[in-house]
Design a protein around this ligand. Structure first.
Ligand code: FE2
Length: 173
């Protein structure tokens, strides 16, 4: 039987309760991958007329995690950011997300932040990745993409890292 949204939400709750976060997140990411390859789930969640932006599919009242559906416009590149103290899981349902993760290369004592890309990869349909708290990353969507994101809490309420004018990204050759 195809893996459904409600089963995913139940499994995510059970996994997060029974494992330490670092072990739980990759397991939840794996389940999200199963959900993303269920054509019925994708058809119920997105269609070509779904406007760009985000919609809440589920909120877990016990653990406070969210399942969000995003339609990303094509040709857009985001800036490096973290989700502060929250974790997040990203997965694609259509086209791809180009993901870059960064590490800080200057001392914490310096006011400005200097970042260097530490890994770059694409998330294609059915592919997912989990990010622990404070992992700095950026996304790009060369084409319009359908994305599911699971977040540990309501990210709009959290202070998070955004690149400022005095911060820099060192591009590796
Ligand atoms: Fe993000």
């Amino acid at each position: 039987m195809a893996y459904t949204l409600s089963q995913f939400c139940k499994d995510a709750n059970a996994i997060l309760k029974s494992h330490p976060q670092a072990q739980a997140l990759p397991k939840v990411a794996e389940r999200l991958g199963e959900l993303l390859v269920n054509p019925q789930f994708v058809a119920e969640t997105f269609n070509d007329d779904t406007p760009a932006g985000r919609r809440e599919l589920f909120h877990d009242p016990e653990l406070d995690f969210y399942v969000l559906a995003h339609v990303q416009e094509g040709g857009k590149t985001g800036k490096p950011h973290s989700h502060g103290t929250s974790w997040a899981i990203y997965g694609n349902a259509k086209n791809l997300t180009e993901m870059t993760e960064y590490r800080r290369v200057n001392p914490e004592t310096e006011e400005n932040v200097v970042l260097e890309p530490s890994s770059k990869y694409a998330l294609r349909p059915g592919e997912t990745r989990s990010y622990g708290p404070n992992v700095i990353h950026s996304t790009a969507h060369p084409q319009k993409a359908w994305v599911i994101r699971v977040t540990g809490t309501d990210l709009d309420k959290l202070p998070r890292f955004h690149l400022r004018k005095q911060d820099r990204v060192l591009e590796k050759a």
